[in-house]
Structures are given as C-alpha cells and as structure tokens.
Design a protein around this ligand. Structure first.
Ligand code: FAD
Length: 486
C-alpha cells in the first residue's frame, strides 16, 4: 500500500506532534511504502530529511514563495495537487496542527483530492480490502480506498536506528504541481486575520478556601450551571440569512442576526456517519438559497463536515470561534490562536461566511476530576471515589462524576490517552472541573477553560492553575483525601 503522510513544521520549528503520530501509524502498516509530504519554507527540508531515517521511502517538500500565508483552504489545494501526482491508497494527517489548531486541513484535503474520510482516529483496525478505524467520538467507521484519515495522539514516533541513512527530499514548486497561483498562499486564502490581541479568556479570580469547604464549592458550581448559557453581547447592526446547523450555535447566531434558519442534519442524510451524502446535498441547497453566513457547532461531526462543505464551495471557514460581531455587512470572527495565548479577529472575503463556534457539550459528566502529575500516588483512591459517587448517583439521580488527566499524567501512564484534556487531548466544559495536582500550562487550560466552576488543588500556591480557577485549595492531595473532604 502506498501511504502519504502530511506533516507540518510548526511555528516553533518542531514536527507537529499529531503528525508524528500519523507517521508512526503509517510505519506500522505492513507492506507499505511511506512517503512524507510537507508544504513549508526551505528549512522544512532538514526536518524531512532527518525523518526519512525512520523508514519513509521518500519525502516531498512543496516550497514556493506563492504558497506562503495559506489558510486551510489554500493549504488543502496545494497538498491535493501533490497527492494527485503521488496517487497514494491512503493519506494520513495529524488531527490538527498545534499552532494553527483548526483540524480543518485534513477534511478539506479529502474533498480537494477526492478521497474518502475518517477523522479523529484512535486505532486503525483493518487495512485489507476496506479501511476500518475506531474513532474518538463517532464509533467504528469503514471506508473505501483511496482514503484520508486524521489521527489523534495515539502512539509515540520511533527513534532512528544508529545506522539508518537520510533519504532524499524532492522539492516541488507551484509550477511542478501545476498550481494556479491565485488559489495558493495568501492570495488563495478567503480568511484574513485583521488583528490579534492578548487572550485573557479563561482567567478567573481565585478564592482560596479550606479543604473542608470543597463540597460547598462543588454544590455552588452545580447550581450555577443553570445560568451558564447566557446570551452573548449583541451587535447593533445585523446580518440577514444566517443559517445554523443544529441548535447548538443559536446563541452565537442571535448575537449577529434576527434572521436565523436552523438546518437539520436529518433533512440531508439518513446516516449519521455518512459525511459525503450530507455534504453533497447540503452544498447543492446552499448554492440554490445563497445564505450569507453558516454557523456550525464544535462537535466531532460538525468539525469534519464543515471543512468539506467549505472546500466544495471554495469559501473560508474560521475554526472554534468564541465570539462573533458584525457591522451589518461583514462577519467578524474571534478565535483563540497559539495555544490560546492570543485571540485573532478574522474576516472571510467569500460567501457564505462560515465558522465553527465553541459550543457547550451537554453530554459530559457534571463533575470532572482531572489528575495531573502531582496526583500520581492517588489515582486509585480518586478512581474509587468517582466510582462511589456514581454508584450513589445511580440510586438518587445525583450528579455524575468522571475522571480526566493532564498530558504528563497520561505520559506517566496514570490514565489512558482518551482521558487527556488539552490541546493535544480533548476539550470539556462540565459544570464543575476539579484540577488535582495540575500546574495549569496553557496547553491544558485550552481544553478546560469553558468549564462552569473550576476548583484547583495544588501544593504550590504559585501554580498558574489558580489564575484559571474560581476556588483554590493549597495543600497536599494525600492529606485532603485522608481528611475525606472530596
Ligand atoms: C505541543 C504540546 C502539547 C501539549 N498538550 C497538552 C495537553 O493537551 N494537555 C496537557 O495537560 N498538557 C499538554 N502539554 C503539556 C503541558 O505543557 C504541561 O507540561 C502539562 O500540562 C503539565 O502536566 P501536569 O500539570 O500534570 O504536571 P506538572 O506541570 O508537573 O505539575 C504538577 C503539579 O502538581 C503539583 N503537585 C505535586 N505534588 C502534589 C501533591 N501531593 N498534592 C497537590 N499538588 C501537587 C505541583 O505543584 C505541580 O503544580 C503539551 C505540551 C506541548 C509542548
């Protein structure tokens, strides 16, 4: 089987961690020829050349000044031309890049290159005949080749053996792949960044409490939950013909329009897993009715489908918006970037203007107890407490608990990867989030900052997690458990 692995050298000069997993996943497929593909500046060549030592048969670098400044649509266009030339059976991409952080390139590329798609793959189950993968949120999926999959952080990239040799990296310019320069780079990108600001979102005023008060803090979080879905700040000017896919983006739509149409998935497909049927029928409907704006939720299905719709319509899509504004003509979309350190104000110059918006997921537990490296000696105790609480909840219909982890806790094998919260894990927003022995790195914060009430337990009063918490308990978790406060 011929496999192309798409990879990006991130803004900080490293291989995007999700792409490292994509490469390892490809190397583990027996009897395969693995080819690396990257679009990037000349310095990407060294990274690719080093990576060929791990087993790839070759590497291609798409390098041309006209490729610079591409958004996901323009990136997918350029990559798709190279993929058509390389003609693989399978393309493997990382779920997202950690600097761009949109998770849109893979799904857009599947449309541009004419490949079937499975996103958020946790395990490749079968590659013979058809491709079968287990996904994070959409169960087991099966597609025909040629296919594209995006993978989660499901493995660790192997190290090169001492005797391995570097392979050759072939450079392709726009001319080599027959690219239309108007569809490449900045020129071909319908989304434009207008400005960026320091992101203070997620910061909270922490009240330090005693361990004995933790149950009151939890209770308060559960009661406050009912007030969480507040309307957003509304723009004085309004946009016409705003569509929302499902009810989830409604509060966002109401902040920019009084003319809102709800699109129901079931009107376009009978099958939950069948992206393509929905995509093709919905695109035809959009072309007929010409909405100004289409907003999507942030669930796994929307995040896989919206980029495909955008690619077919050749329009821009802004990922994970946290606020919208309008001057009556343009839609201004605000989204966190660079691990959430900054917020970018983005505009889309094509129609329909599309965005996925950060909505609250309602299917999570009421209380998530997340464990960091500092909780390494108490994993079993906390698991037992969570079990006890849920047994009780079964009897008296009380709040449901779940357990989660920081990345270092997963790396230390305290809990499995599907429990990891953060930029390379998943995002949650329960009414109550209890961070136990978690320092509060930005990578972690980006996955939990939409929670209702945040309670942090940490032995270090200066730990950054307290800046993102409503309540803080300074202390050793072992003492707190001994006191039976949790
Ligand atoms: C590209 C990239 C992606 C990343 N993605 C993620 C991600 O998705 N999710 C994520 O979580 N991280 C991610 N990280 C890692 C992140 O930067 C931090 O290293 C990680 O979150 C720290 O984990 P931690 O808080 O469990 O451990 P530490 O930073 O080691 O903190 C442990 C904390 O426990 C406290 N502590 C120690 N003992 C006790 C005790 N007995 N009782 C109470 N408190 C105690 C300490 O004071 C400390 O604050 C990523 C990093 C990179 C570079």
């Amino acid at each position: 089987m011929r496999i192309v692995v798409c990879m990006k050298r991130t803004a900080s000069g490293e291989l995007n961690p999700f792409d490292a997993c994509a490469y390892e996943a490809a190397l583990q497929i027996p009897d395969s020829e693995v080819i690396l593909l990257s679009m990037g500046p000349a310095k990407t060549e060294e990274m690719l050349s080093n990576l060929t030592r791990l087993g790839a048969q070759g590497a291609y670098l798409l390098c041309d000044s006209v490729f610079a400044g591409a958004d996901t649509l323009a990136t997918a266009y350029v990559l798709s031309l190279a993929i058509k030339k390389l003609s693989p059976d399978l393309v493997i991409c990382g779920r997202q890049t950690i600097d761009g952080d949109t998770a849109q390139t893979g799904p857009s590329l599947s449309v541009a290159a004419g490949l079937s798609l499975i996103t958020n793959v946790m395990r490749i189950k079968n590659t013979e005949g058809s491709l079968v993968c287990e996904t994070r949120d959409l169960g087991t999926q099966m597609v025909d080749y040629p296919a594209l999959i995006t993978v989660e952080r499901i493995n660790h990239l192997r190290l090169p053996s001492i005797r391995s040799k570097k392979g050759i990296v072939i450079r392709w310019t726009a001319k080599d792949i027959g690219a239309d320069e108007n569809r490449c780079g900045m020129k071909g990108s319908p989304t434009k960044v207008l400005a960026s600001f320091q992101n203070e979102e997620g910061k909270r005023k922490c009240k330090f409490i005693e361990a004995a008060e933790i149950q009151d803090a939890i209770k308060q979080g559960l009661e406050k939950e009912k007030q969480r879905l507040k309307p957003m700040k509304a723009s004085t000017m309004k946009l016409q013909k705003v569509w929302i896919v499902g009810e989830a983006p409604k509060t966002f739509a109401e902040s920019i329009s009084d003319d809102i149409t709800v699109i129901h998935k079931a009107d376009f497909t009978n099958d939950d897993g069948n992206y393509r049927e929905f995509v093709e029928r919905f695109v035809e409907y959009i072309k007929e009715r010409k909405p100004e704006v289409i907003l999507w939720g942030s669930d796994a299905w929307s995040k896989a489908v919206a980029p495909q719709v955008a690619a077919l319509l050749q329009t821009g899509l802004c990922a994970d918006c946290t606020a919208l504004e309008t001057d009556g003509e343009k839609l201004f979309m605000y989204r966190p970037a660079f691990s959430g350190n900054i917020v970018a104000k983005i505009v889309c110059i094509t129609k329909p203007q599309m965005a996925t918006v950060r909505t609250l997921e309602t299917d999570s537990a009421d209380i998530i107890c997340a464990l960091g490296k500092g909780a390494k000696h108490v994993v079993r105790d906390i698991q037992a407490i969570v079990q006890q609480k849920n047994d009780l909840a079964d009897k008296d219909n009380g709040p449901r608990w779940d357990i989660a982890a920081s990345r270092l806790a997963v790396d230390a094998e305290m809990l499995p990867y599907d429990k990891q919260i953060g930029i390379t894990g998943k995002s949650v927003n329960p009414p109550v989030y209890i961070a136990v022995g978690i320092s509060g790195a930005v990578h972690h914060i980006s996955g939990m900052k939409q929670s209702g009430i945040v309670i942090a337990i940490n032995s270090d009063k200066k730990a950054p997690i307290f800046d993102y918490s409503d309540y803080g308990i300074v202390g050793n978790i072992e003492d707190i458990l001994e006191g039976e406060w949790l």
